[in-house]
Design a protein around this ligand. Structure first.
Ligand code: SF4
Length: 326
């Protein structure tokens, strides 16, 4: 499906804090973005950046501390887990580790039947045929897999079952939370191809989360990069990789392996950050990247920068790119 000029999901000022013995973990701190129908919107960042918490909050696993989200024009409400059944059917997730996301005591038939029973989709009442259809959709022959248990199949096959489970409700939107990072490299390409084929066939919109920038380059239409709970930069994929603006984006891009001379030419010069990633319970004032930033200025430790649109659709949060009038 081509990307439509219509926002399917809008997130405004999303906040998710965890209150722990050590203090408040500001996992997601005032994050806003919109995802267009038919696109793959990528969310990258190092471990602890908050990207997975964004996805888990959107699908209702965590209750947001603040902010709003809308699917089409329908609000997800104050507690996203209490959203309507229609919204639950339409917003689905595939988790990183298929091993722990599938119930080991249930057969694949039972695992795939559950969402069909709850959401009574157009698959009708014949669940064996419906489950078989779902398995065929993810390229697993039903006669071989229907009555198997998760522990009897490989990691890639488990992830295919998890994808079939997410698609059982015929959703429009799927969050893919590092869907290949727990798998062997040989299987990763197969899962990515499957996801791409299913997106076209079923008109799906993806929120694609990964720490793997090379994978992101091939998969996403637009990319947002997160650092300590905030989005640092958002741009169309080509521009994100060819003209990165934020020092953090440059730092991460300069360290990824390239596969062609063209990519080598475009890669930013190796940038070394200084300092360690601060603890999310003790985020420094001002720009949260200032303790590691090679271009840190005086203002950076005092004032948190705001998002500015530097080119059409290319947003950055950094004092090097002040908003007009600042
Ligand atoms: Fe670096 Fe300052 Fe920009 Fe933060 S605001 S990324 S510290 S230059």
């Amino acid at each position: 499906m081509t990307v439509m000029n219509e926002d399917i999901l809008r997130v405004k000022g999303l906040v998710k804090h965890f209150f722990t013995r050590l203090g408040t973990v500001r996992a997601v701190d005032n994050v806003s973005f919109a995802i267009r129908r038919g696109e793959t919107f990528g969310l990258v960042g190092e471990s602890g950046s908050g990207k997975t918490t964004v996805a888990h909050t959107l699908v209702g696993i965590y209750k947001p501390t603040g902010g709003e989200a809308y699917f089409r024009d329908q609000s997800l409400g104050e507690d996203f887990s209490h959203r309507s059944k229609a919204l639950k059917k339409n917003i689905r997730i595939v988790f990183q580790d298929p091993g722990s996301s599938l119930n080991p005591r249930w057969s694949i038939k039972q695992i795939l039947e559950l969402p069909l029973r709850i959401h009574r989709t157009s698959y009708g009442k014949n669940h064996v045929e419906a489950v078989s259809e779902l398995l065929r959709m993810v390229e697993l022959p039903p006669e071989e897999y229907l009555y198997k248990y998760p522990q009897a199949i490989g990691g890639g096959e488990k992830q295919m079952v998890a994808i079939a489970r997410a698609l059982a409700t015929e959703p429009d939107f799927v969050a893919l939370d590092e869907p290949t990072s727990a798998l062997d490299v040989s299987i990763q390409a197969k899962i990515i191809k499957l996801l791409t084929r299913l997106q076209k066939k079923l008109d799906l919109t993806y929120l694609f989360i990964t720490h793997d920038l090379s994978l992101m380059r091939n998969m996403a239409n637009r990319v947002a990069i997160m650092y300590l709970g905030k989005i640092a930069e958002v741009a169309p994929t080509r521009e994100f990789f060819q003209k990165p603006l934020h020092p953090y984006t440059n730092m991460l891009l300069s360290s990824i392996p390239v596969t062609s001379d063209e990519e080598e030419k475009l890669k930013p010069k190796q940038i070394r950050s200084t300092g360690e990633i601060p603890s999310p319970v003790n985020i420094p004032p001002g720009c949260s990247f200032h303790l590691r930033c090679p271009r840190c200025m005086d203002i950076c430790s005092r004032l948190d920068p705001v998002m500015t649109e530097k080119e059409a659709g290319h947003w950055v949060r950094c004092h090097l790119y002040p908003a007009a009038g600042q």
